[in-house]
Design a protein around this ligand. Structure first.
Ligand code: ADP
Ligand code: MG
Ligand code: ZN
Length: 623
């Protein structure tokens, strides 16, 4: 890889290097200074032992060149160059021994052994000590640096990871083939920018990843860095939003500076909508100035890149509708990459990716799971497989079985079962009729999603569930389908009324959903063409495509409001009658199914059809 190192590691390396150099210098100078002494020492150990009087005699006769006193050892260097050795009493000094004749040219040297020995013996300890202090300081400083985010607000908290550390590649991202294709271009810009600049093309500055939560935006951005083998600087938009005005902007400056030093690289700003909201817009409370300044700084930095700065800014959002238009201008985030919820094939591939590294049983059929998970995002699928592995482990199994995964899908889709909740017999019976009511009506309405499962085991707040599986990825819905859905939702309440001639609170959620469908038909889809015309009522806030709905603001007259309400009431009443009719017509079958359901608690489609088979699905009249 040709990209230069990231700054902080290099600085640390420098420190380590200079430390080592210093130690080396100390050691070698000590060695150097003691060199002559050591060669003398060698000779001294070879010295012949003689009586002390002989040395005194030789001193007087001047046949010596030097006397060396070291503690109680006395050495004498003869004119011939050889040494002799003797011992003196501790109290004796050169003077008491008579070696202090100023006329005598023989020099007397007193070697302070104590100090030297101390130094020699403790040199290694001393070095060790110095080393420990150095190490301590280094550790202290790195701790201080890691905590400095708490102290120095302005420093970017971007998590820096070396290009080598990003191991994620496109192989880890299943599906999203179109997004991957678009991003391949960016990988190529990063890898061989020359190809583009020599021809005069400007390398794009930014790419915006747009998709619902959990669809793999972050994953894709990392994969781009992994594919190109460049460093990946990531920061989340929400991290910019701090207490103090100006902090976000200085963080941005810092982050871009760091990135430019490490080009080619990727800056990834997650959740950019947190800072990139439409400026000047009201209603988002505090931190407004702060966000504006941060955003301005991002724009300034992106404009300020040199023509050949090979830094690509990627950002992710699930709220493209609230982004400031300035962000989307050419030269900024001009590449927009949409990431859809995965379709059937993609879901199967994502499941396959996440079975890697898990021990899977032989009975696994991921296609079935993919079919049961319409509308779920990659993160949900990953979660399902993890739950499945947990189930398997809890059951004490060695591998994950298909049943584990199916259970996990149910848990994720419907909430976990609460088998322990005590429900009295009457309540249980009402629940059973209510759920079978949904099932029969839904099954009989041709456009309704196919029935999948009925359960009277309570989950979350619901006492029972009737689970319809959406058909594969429908993008448009017909009026008939809306009506059938409303009818199915009212099936539970209809059954309660017919069987018990009594109504419970159990249908509140159903009623809410039915009403909301009817209201949308009138207000958004122009399905009450006679009364209301093909007109959209109410201004939507939020992006429907991504499932974010911040509600409606009212932009229609009192008269229109009355007509909308009338349509909703009319539609619901009509479908309620239809549901009651369907249940009355299949009353016998219904009792049979309920009886079975009370026994087995959960019923699959097959078990349902075993009893219900005779009755075909019929297309009911519209309204
Ligand atoms: P987002 O940033 O869009 O909210 P993430 O990239 O954080 O979503 O995705 C969360 C997790 O979901 C990822 O870590 C990954 O494990 C899984 N995931 C999502 N989409 C995919 C995909 N297409 N292929 C494989 N895994 C995926
Ligand atoms: Mg993300
Ligand atoms: Zn219900």
């Amino acid at each position: 890889m040709s990209s230069p190192n990231i700054l902080p590691p290099r600085r640390r390396q420098n420190q380590l290097f200079s430390g080592l150099l210093l130690i080396f210098l100390i050691l070698s100078s000590v060695y150097y200074m003691t060199a002559p002494e050591r060669s003398e020492d060698e000779k001294l150990t070879m010295a012949k032992e003689v009586p002390l009087s002989e040395i005194t005699h030789d001193y007087a006769s001047r046949t010596l060149t030097e006397i060396l006193i070291r503690g109680s050892n006395v050495y004498a260097k003869m004119s011939s160059g050889s040494y002799v050795q003797s011992y003196k009493e501790i109290g004796d000094s050169a003077a008491t021994l008579g070696w202090n004749d100023p006329e005598n040219p023989v020099s007397v040297r007193i070697d302070n052994v104590e100090l030297k020995n101390f130094f020699k013996a403790h040199l290694s300890d001393l070095l060790f000590f110095v080393l420990m202090i150095g190490l301590g300081m280094w550790v202290f400083r790195s701790i201080a640096r890691s905590q400095s985010t708490a102290l120095s607000f302005g420093k970017s908290r971007a998590r820096v990871s070396d290009g080598k550390q990003v191991q994620t590649t496109f192989k880890d991202v299943a599906g999203c083939d179109e997004a991957k294709n678009d991003l391949k271009e960016i990988v190529d810009f990063l890898k061989s920018p020359k190809k583009y600049t020599t021809i005069g093309a400007k390398i794009p500055r930014g790419a915006l990843l747009i998709g619902a939560p959990g669809t793999g935006k972050t994953l894709l951005a990392r994969a781009v860095a992994g594919e190109a083998g460049v460093p990946f600087f990531s920061i989340s938009g929400s991290e910019f939003v701090e207490m103090f005005v100006g902090v976000g902007a200085s963080r941005v400056r810092d982050l871009f500076l760091k990135a430019k030093r490490n080009a080619p690289c990727i800056i990834f700003i997650d959740e950019i909508d947190a800072v990139g909201r439409q400026r000047g817009g009201a209603g988002f409370g505090g931190g407004h100035d702060e966000r504006e300044q941060t955003l301005n700084q991002i724009l300034t930095e992106m404009d300020g890149f040199e023509k050949d700065t090979n830094v690509i800014v990627m950002a992710a959002t699930n709220r493209p509708d609230v982004l400031d238009v300035a962000l989307l201008r050419p030269g900024r985030f001009d590449r927009r990459i949409f990431i859809d919820k995965p379709d059937l094939v993609a879901r199967q591939q994502i499941l396959e990716v996440h079975t890697r590294g898990k021990k899977m049983g032989k009975d696994i059929d991921l296609e079935i799971i993919a079919k049961q998970t319409v509308g779920l995002a990659g993160a949900d699928l990953e979660n399902i497989l993890n739950e499945a592995a947990i189930f398997a482990a809890r059951r004490g199994m060695k591998t994950v079985s298909q049943k584990d995964i199916v259970d996990a899908v149910e848990k994720v889709a419907l909430g976990s079962e609460k088998k322990s909740r005590k429900i009295n017999e009457k309540e249980k019976k009402i629940t059973a009729y209510h759920e079978v009511g949904h099932a029969i009506v839904g099954h009989l309405c041709e456009e309704s999603d196919p029935l999948h499962k009925i359960s009277i085991i309570s989950r979350g707040f619901a006492l029972g569930v009737t689970w319809f599986l959406p058909k594969e990825d429908q993008y448009t819905t017909t009026k008939q389908k809306f009506l059938d859905e409303i009818c199915g939702l009212l099936g539970g309440r209809a059954a309660e009324e017919i069987i018990f001639n009594e109504i419970t609170t159990g249908a509140s959620n159903d009623i809410e959903r039915a009403s909301s469908i009817a209201r949308s038909m009138a207000m958004r889809y122009g399905m009450d063409a006679d009364e209301l015309g093909i007109v959209s009522y109410g201004e939507r806030q939020g992006s429907q495509a991504l499932g974010v709905d911040l509600g409606m603001s009212r932009n229609y007259s009192e008269d229109a409001a009355k007509k909308i309400d009338a349509f909703v009431q009319r539609t619901i009443a009509g479908q309620y009658e239809r549901a009651k009719g369907l249940i009355k017509a299949h009353r016998m079958k219904m009792d049979e199914i309920v009886e079975k359901l009370l026994k087995i608690e959960t019923m699959s489609l097959d078990e349902f059809l075993e009893i219900f088979d005779g009755s075909k699905r019929k297309k009911a009249k519209v309204e």
